[in-house]
Design a protein around this ligand. Structure first.
Ligand code: MCN
Length: 811
């Protein structure tokens, strides 16, 4: 009996090749290709006055040097035009995108100005170093405050530096405040950070002049979109371009931009030169010329009653979108809508301004605006609990949307332009599980006794809801080969999320075959040409359901063909261990491999005795007719397109201890309860949550982009940008709740970003609890905590009210 694989903690099938060095990443390809390197702006804001390449021309091995003027002179294609605005929005009233190579102005340190192609990367770098670019340096806008003051401009024609302004209001906020017995105001800040995949970006292009076709390999999160961009920019028919994402060593959002300048420049140069060209990003390039996220300032006013129930919420925030807006304003839109978490806000007004600065552009980074929103909302919850002297979990629970209220309509517009409606979730049950997991009351008692003994220990709690599985669609192709092996192809890409395993589990279940008989391919436009991409924790929901649909259609077809062969009603058949058989009479059977043979239009007949198919001679009309209602081949393609996003949720609790002298922050316990509906593979989901928490620990305690006033990124290397080591990541305790999504047949919701979302919030909550004073800015380093202690002692940082109670306890 084939046992069901959905829900099983199956080991990842892709790992053996990856850990033994047999997986092919971008830089494992194209060893004979020419190498590209870039001259990048050393200034945050400047006019490009002159480019002198003379000194580079005699570098041995140099093949070509390209500037913007060369792109403009290119007879075919639109490679010189501004890069596309990928996600327009009516509120984005001043969109600006850059050029593949800077045209007249550079707007951040690291912007590409000149492309050099040479025999290898060393030579290309040597030549690039000799190129002299003369800049007319302009004053840069660095940071949100500078952008808000508008004393300087990032773009001449955007006088207030405001790229977008959006306001959503639900209910009468003014009246709700007037009726609120209590109000509080908070100013909250989160700094810039960025995803740091082990593998940076990379592109490798092969032009076939004879065929007029281009093959592009890219370390991308969306190979179909890169293909479309290359075709458009190089003026090639789509069917003459293929894009393949090989193994990708992490993306975390930054590889979703399409195209990155290099993704059009490298193929363009390959066609110009008639040679293979490759570019692989180095770490410094990743810091200064890819994308960042998170930087936001928030001002919040909240009205609530004496029981801690929210009555009115007014949030204003300022988002630092960097120099350009190719990815639109998706990040602040997500903050503004997902900030609400599992709570009913009463009347809600949210307004944001997305601001230009002369820093690296912003694109979604795992969590995508939600960590900021969660931080803001959870700070509010803790502040209310503190003001009223209530238990922090209790205050949260009082504000939860209840399961009976699902689906819950927030009457707002979500990131996908559709109504923000939570489809599922049981928030009280999630909290109850978390309370049990951590032992909420016992932990509080334990912490109180530690404090009484003079230790600085605190407990933090944070809750979030995450819209996952956004549309518009994904598709899949499933084929049973005549060997009985099943090949599954979906168009979205994989960066380490375990799709080769979890998708194979779905297909194997639908078709009744063993996991090892299924092979999954992702991100190869030769195998599947239509897709959106991997972001927004959407692959499981979107491709997972598409694969289930496609596999079901193949199964139905297999049962029809087998029914003919066995002279049985397809409804009486089942597929077990790769064999179609009559239910209750397993001897009447036909291997799936033979069904695949029978599906071939060269007509075959089934021989019951040998369980094999025999072919009729051409012209022999005595064999079975090809069914009129079937296409040849045991294969099927199907798509899944949801009515809207499905909403996962989770709650984290952390116990931290801070050192009284050094202000070092140690994690004593970290507990997670997560609800992404039924788990396809618990091992993979837990791995995803672990990875997210690890990234969140980094984001909360270590990582930030440190710019000086000239727009120079001071910590653009792993020597200075502190990523946590494994030794800084706590043991993570996880439990799951599985409330089904009613929106998709598998009932699943996404999980890929979950772990990172509440980190800033939960650490702020715990550190605040340990220290007894209010935390309003993240990340927080020991030196910042030390400084806060000093300012608290000087009366500049307000105490928590519960500190008074603790002092009492300690006496
Ligand atoms: N899964 C499951 N059961 C569920 C939900 C998900 O078994 N109910 C499994 C899925 O089958 C898949 C994995 O969990 O194998 C993640 O699924 P999903 O939540 O759909 O997320 P995506 O696959 O769409 O991945 C994107 C998401 C995002 S947005 C970022 S950013 C991110 C992340 O995943 N980047 C990652 N996780 C990452 N993990 C790695 N290793 N590298 C990245 O770059």
């Amino acid at each position: 009996m084939t046992s069901r694989l959905f829900g099983e903690p199956v080991q990842r099938v892709e790992d053996a090749q990856l850990v033994t060095g047999r997986g092919h990443y971008l830089d494992d390809l194209g060893h004979d290709a020419l190498a590209a390197a870039f001259v990048r702006s050393p200034h945050a804001h400047a006019r490009v006055l002159d480019i002198d390449v003379t000194a580079a021309l005699d570098v041995e091995g140099l093949v070509a040097i390209y500037t913007y003027d060369d792109l403009a002179a290119s007879p075919r294609g639109t490679v010189a035009e501004a890069l596309p605005l990928l996600i327009p929005h009516p509120a984005l009233h001043a969109p600006r995108t850059g050029y593949a190579l800077a045209r007249e102005e550079v707007n951040h340190v690291g912007e590409a100005v000149v492309m050099v192609v040479a025999s290898d990367r060393y030579v290309a770098e040597d030549a690039a170093e000799r190129i002299v670019v003369t800049y007319g340096v302009l004053p840069p806008v660095v940071g949100i405050e500078a952008a808000r003051s508008a004393e300087r401009r990032t773009h001449d024609d955007v006088p207030d530096n405001v790229a977008a302004h959006l306001l959503q209001e639900v209910g009468d906020v003014q009246a709700a405040f007037a009726g609120s017995p209590r109000t509080l105001e908070l100013d909250l800040a989160i700094q810039r950070s960025a995803s740091m995949p082990l593998e940076g970006k990379g592109v490798y292009a092969r032009w076939d002049a004879e065929d007029g076709s281009m093959r592009v390999y890219s370390s991308t999160q969306t190979s179909t979109s890169v293909r479309a961009a290359v075709a458009a920019k190089l003026d090639l028919p789509l069917n003459k371009v293929d894009c393949i994402a090989p193994m990708v060593g992490g993306g975390f959002g930054v590889k979703i931009v399409h195209p990155w300048p290099e993704e059009v420049l490298v193929p363009w140069a390959a066609r110009e030169l008639g040679r293979e060209v490759k570019w692989v990003e180095d770490r410094r390039e990743h810091f200064v010329s890819s994308a960042h996220e998170r930087g936001q300032l928030h001002t919040i006013k909240v009205g609530f009653d004496d029981d801690g129930r929210l009555l009115a919420l007014d949030v204003r925030f300022w988002h630092d979108n960097g120099a350009y807006t190719p990815y639109g304003i998706i990040v602040p839109i997500i903050t503004s809508t997902q900030l609400l978490g599992p709570y009913k806000p009463g009347a809600y007004r949210v307004e944001f301004w997305s601001l230009y600065t002369n820093t690296v552009i912003v694109t979604p980074y795992r969590g995508a605006g939600r960590p900021q929103g969660c931080f803001a909302m959870e700070r509010v919850m803790d502040a209310i609990a503190d003001a009223l002297g209530l238990d922090r979990a209790e205050v949260r629970e009082r504000n939860f949307i209840t399961p009976e209220e699902m689906p819950y309509d927030h009457h707002m517009t979500f990131q996908d332009g559709r109504p923000l409606i939570y489809d599922s979730g049981d928030f009280p049950a999630t909290l109850a599980k978390l309370r049990t997991l951590i032992g909420w009351d016992d932990t509080l008692a334990q912490v109180a006794s530690w404090r009484a003994a003079g230790r600085r220990v605190g407990v933090g709690l944070a809750c979030y809801v995450e819209g996952t599985g956004v549309g518009p669609y994904e598709g899949a192709h499933v084929v049973v080969e005549t060997s009985g092996k099943v090949k599954v192809a979906t168009g979205l890409t994989t960066q380490g999320q375990g799709h080769f395993t979890s998708f194979a589990q779905i297909a194997a279940d639908e078709l009744g075959v063993a996991l090892e008989d299924v092979e999954v391919v992702t991100g190869d436009t030769r195998r599947f040409g239509y897709a959106v991409g991997t972001f927004a924790s959407r692959a499981a929901v979107m491709s997972g359901n598409a694969i289930a649909f496609a596999a079901r259609s193949v199964r139905e077809k297999a049962l029809r063909i087998a029914g003919d062969a066995l002279e049985a009603d397809p409804g009486d058949l089942e597929i077990v261990d790769g064999v179609v058989r009559v239910k209750g009479s397993p001897a009447a059977s036909i291997p799936l491999a033979t069904v695949a043979v029978l599906s071939n239009p060269l007509r075959y007949a089934f021989d019951e005795a040998s369980k094999a198919a025999t072919q009729f001679a051409v012209g022999d009309t005595s064999g079975p007719p090809v069914r009129e209602d079937d296409e040849p081949g045991l294969e099927g393609t199907d798509y899944y397109s949801p009515v809207g996003a499905t909403f996962a949720n989770g709650m984290h609790a952390v116990v931290v201890e801070t050192d009284p002298e050094t202000a070092e922050i140690k994690v004593l316990r970290y507990c997670v309860v997560h609800d992404c509906g039924p788990l396809i593979n618990p091992l993979i989901v837990e791995g995803q949550v672990h990875g997210g928490v690890a990234q969140g620990v980094g984001g909360a305690l270590y990582e930030r982009m440190e710019y000086d006033e000239n727009g120079q990124l001071l910590n653009a290397s792993f020597m200075d940008f502190l990523m946590p080591y494994a030794s800084e990541i706590p043991h993570i305790e996880i439990d799951h709740l599985e409330t089904r999504s009613p929106l998709n047949p598998l009932g699943i919701k996404g999980a890929g970003e979950a772990g990172v979302i509440p980190s800033a919030a939960v650490f702020a909550s715990a550190i605040e609890d340990a220290e007894g004073f209010v935390i309003t800015a993240m990340p927080i380093s020991p030196s910042e905590l030390f400084d806060l202690r000093r300012r608290h002692a000087a009366g500049e940082v307000p105490s928590l009210r519960r500190e008074d109670r603790r002092t009492e306890e300690m006496r």
